[in-house]
Ligand binder design. Structure first.
Ligand code: ATP
Ligand code: MG
Length: 774
């Protein structure tokens, strides 16, 4: 048997080697679903199934890349031919080949959310609608939801219920906006994110030959995180798998967290009805987390009524209990997170990448960031603005987009007067009106500026001509030059770099560095492409990657950082130590998701996802008051904290800065070390707040832990320092025996370089190293 298969348990092995037919693996977090999918692909290939015939759909492109790497380790270079990626990236590629059936050019632009929202904003303005009622973001998400339910413009106008719902929401013009938006995207040769799925569905439905061709190509289809597929994605999978029915989906209903974006949990529940003879597999052993974490996660998800009953157990160590920490404010919470990371890292010699901080809303990252920065702990925020969405980068890519597709209106509007070339907003507005009236694109109008009757003076016309000449010269260059040479040329000759250099501030310099970084990225891309036999148009492919890049893809900078991200983003990932911050009512569960049971259950699943990311230690933190919407608001601990069985949690209170600090009152506790005082678990959220504030009998005193409390260690430093010298023989809890080579610094900063008998030389901070002198 293939060696890699021995890295699977029996329950995992069964679906891995089941080659044909429809199958579903439903299993809890950390039970190896993704591993099975990965190994299954390797196995299929080892059994002679052509890599060109396998399609694997993943939640992020990063996950696809990692899986591909793992498969390549097993089967070698053949892995390169696999079609793997997110729904969006895979079907964008197919639409490049097939979009012409639907009237799209093969070099269509992909509008990212920013582009789409800008376009919607201008449509709302042009239609003279009230922008406080027609809020761009809301209009955007509404139109997105139509598209994901396959409600086209035509279908919309045939659906009185939808129209009425919009009218009730005081937005009776939604249909008109939708129509205008779709028309304008089409005219610009652009698809937005939702189009990538909607148009794929259209393609597969309207063109049976095309469908047959891809059914034949993708004989084996695998889908990870199936619980979060939306209707549009579901239909694509079903259409493609219909002929051979070799479809393997894996998922966990308890981790379905995208219902708010149209994901349909029924896709997983109904899978057995969709195909004949579905084989169903369950995996029960969790390999990721400690017993305490698995126990805590299980006990919380028990509270959901709608769920498929599952067993999740682990043979891993019991580990530490889930730590619950109460902070005063969000700043205090940040300090706790930062200091705990610092101490844990020092105590255990861990890299920063072992730690993650997860939050319900992106706004919470600020306080955490401040605290990490103060301690010089490197971190990275995922899911904020992706690198490619920064202004200076979007400006460069807008030029590139325009070179490829001069109908791309959003790109044109970005660069027509940037850097400033004296083409004012009035001129642009007039051009837009004329473009809308004539059905021509703005670029075509400018190209032919002498023969159009628009009120533009001759000076401005000259400037427009110069602009066209510039873009046309780039187009000519694009026919022969590679994407890197072209891009470098564009940044220099368009005046972009010159413009950025004018601004001598550190921010300005960072922007130039970012542009340089983009060029490096294009260079890597071009070089990577040269290795591929069937390299296509490198610029088009690069821009496609850019449009679909999420912040998780293409890690930049120092890989050793603490990861900060929303829980939604953390799906499928794992980290040694995970902090879930802001465990407060109205924040998590979110105030907006407490109206119905199903919303609340989705919040609970989100918490299940969060806690199951942790391998060794999970921390839950909440504050007593938090700044929200510019106000200091009293907070209550989240109900999810109470829902965890007592045996898996350790509810600790902060040492400092409490409203009521019984530890400081020696009449109650005498000289007992404060670290050893635990709060008894409160019965309700409300009680927790009230009681911990006022009633000292609610505390219990736990037995001293083996670990020396921080303050004790600190007070020992001076005397310890004096005994310890170069040549001292010492013993360390984890690294064993060693000899001191060097001592640096004094007091709290004192460090020793120690050569351990196991061979390593390590530099340890004495106040955490807990060395014994032999
Ligand atoms: P999630 O629901 O969070 O997506 P999952 O079910 O996809 O989790 P994996 O990510 O595949 O789980 O596996 C969790 C961890 O356990 C990974 O680190 C994986 O490498 C490891 N693992 C899975 N199966 C085994 C096994 N049989 N032996 C050892 N380690 C395993
Ligand atoms: Mg997974």
């Amino acid at each position: 048997m293939e060696k890699y298969l021995s890295q699977l348990n029996d329950a995992q092995l069964e679906p891995t080697v089941q080659i044909n037919g429809p199958m579903i693996i439903i299993a809890g977090a950390g039970s190896g679903k993704t591993r099975v999918l990965t190994y299954r692909i390797a196995y299929l290939m080892s059994k002679g199934i052509d890599s060109f015939n396998i399609l694997a759909l993943t939640f992020t492109n990063k996950a696809a890349k990692e899986m591909k790497g793992r498969i390549a380790d097993i089967v070698g270079d053949e892995a390169k031919n696999l079609w793997m990626g997110t729904f969006h990236s895979v079907f964008a590629k197919i639409l490049r080949f097939e979009g012409h059936h639907l009237g799209y050019p093969s070099n269509f632009t992909i509008y990212d959310t920013q582009d789409s929202q800008k376009l919607m904003g201008s449509i709302i303005r042009e239609m003279g609608l009230d922008k406080d009622i027609y809020k761009t973001k809301q209009v955007y998400s509404r139109i997105s939801s139509y598209k994901n339910s396959l409600v086209t413009v035509k279908a919309y106008f045939k659906n009185p219920e939808l129209m009425e719902a919009d009218a009730m929401a005081r937005r009776p013009k939604m249909g008109e906006i939708y129509k205008e938006y779709v028309d304008r995207c089409f005219k610009a040769g652009a698809m937005d994110f939702d189009d990538l799925l909607l148009r794929t569905n259209e393609l597969l439905t309207r063109f049976p030959n095309v469908l047959a061709q891809y059914q034949d190509k993708f004989r084996y289809i695998l889908v990870d995180e199936y619980q979060d597929t939306n209707h549009s994605q579901y239909l694509i999978v079903r259409a493609l798998a219909d002929r051979f029915q070799n479809i393997c989906v894996v998922g966990d209903d308890a981790q379905s967290i995208y219902a708010f974006r149209g994901a349909n949990i029924n896709n997983i529940l109904n899978f057995q009805k969709d195909y004949d003879g579905v084989k169903m597999y369950r995996l029960e052993q969790n390999y990721r987390s400690t017993k305490n974490i698995v126990g805590a996660a299980n006990s919380v998800i028990e509270h959901n009524k709608t769920k498929i009953d599952k067993i999740v157990w682990t043979a891993n160590v019991e580990g530490e209990k889930v730590i619950v920490h109460r902070a005063m404010t969000d700043a205090d919470e940040g300090r706790y997170v930062a200091s705990t990371i610092w101490e844990t890292k020092m105590n255990n010699q861990l890299p920063h990448s072992e730690f993650a901080v997860l939050y319900r809303t992106n706004a919470q990252s600020r306080a955490i960031e401040d605290a990490l920065r103060k301690r010089d702990i490197p971190y990275r925020i995922y899911g904020g603005l992706s690198f490619y969405q920064r202004k200076e980068i979007k400006d460069v890519t807008a030029y590139l987009r325009l070179i490829l597709n001069s109908a791309d209106e959003e790109a044109l509007k970005r660069v027509i007067n940037y850097p400033a070339r004296g083409i004012g907003q009035t001129t642009i507005d007039r051009l837009m009106v004329a473009a809308n009236a004539t059905g021509k694109t703005i670029y075509d109008l400018i190209k032919d500026i002498d023969s159009v009757s628009i009120n533009i003076n001759s000076g401005t016309k000259n400037k427009l001509r110069d602009f066209v000449t510039l873009i046309e010269s780039y187009k000519v260059m694009n026919q022969t030059a590679n994407a890197f040479d072209l891009s470098e040329h564009v940044t220099k000759t368009s005046g972009l770099i010159r413009e950025l250099s004018k601004d001598g501030t550190p921010e300005g310099i960072t922007k130039i560095d970012n542009v340089q970084e983009l060029l490096n990225g294009i260079k890597d891309f071009v070089e990577g492409q040269m290795e591929l036999a069937d390299a296509g148009d490198s610029l088009a492919e690069f821009l496609e990657d850019v449009a679909l890049a999420t912040d998780l893809d293409g890690d930049k900078g120092d890989p050793d950082h603490v990861a900060l991200m929303s829980i939604h983003m953390a799906k499928g990932l794992e980290f040694g130590h995970v902090f879930i911050v802001g465990m407060e009512e109205d924040l998590f569960p979110s105030a907006m998701s407490m109206n119905t049971r199903s919303e609340l259950e989705e919040e609970r699943r989100l918490f299940y996802v969060a806690i199951t990311r942790a391998e060794k230690q999970a921390y839950l933190t909440y504050t007593l008051s938090r700044y929200r919407w510019g106000k200091l608001i009293d907070a209550e601990p989240s109900r999810f904290i109470e829902e965890i069985d007592d045996e898996f949690v350790n509810i600790v209170t902060p040492l400092k800065e409490q409203r009521f600090n019984p530890m400081l009152d020696k009449s109650i506790f005498g000289d007992i070390e404060p670290n050893r005082i635990r709060f008894a678990k409160p019965k309700t959220a409300k009680m927790a707040k009230k009681k911990t504030k006022t009633k000292p009998e609610n505390f219990e005193i736990s037995a001293p832990k083996k670990m020396v409390p921080l303050s004790e260690a600190e007070s020992d430093i001076d005397s310890f320092d004096k005994k310890l010298e170069v040549g001292s023989k010492v013993n360390h809890q984890r690294f064993g025996r060693g000899e001191v080579l060097k001592i640096e610094g004094v007091g709290a900063d004192a460090k020793a370089e120690i050569k351990f008998q196991k061979g390593d030389v390590k530099k340890l901070l004495l106040r955490f190293a807990k060395l014994q002198i032999m």
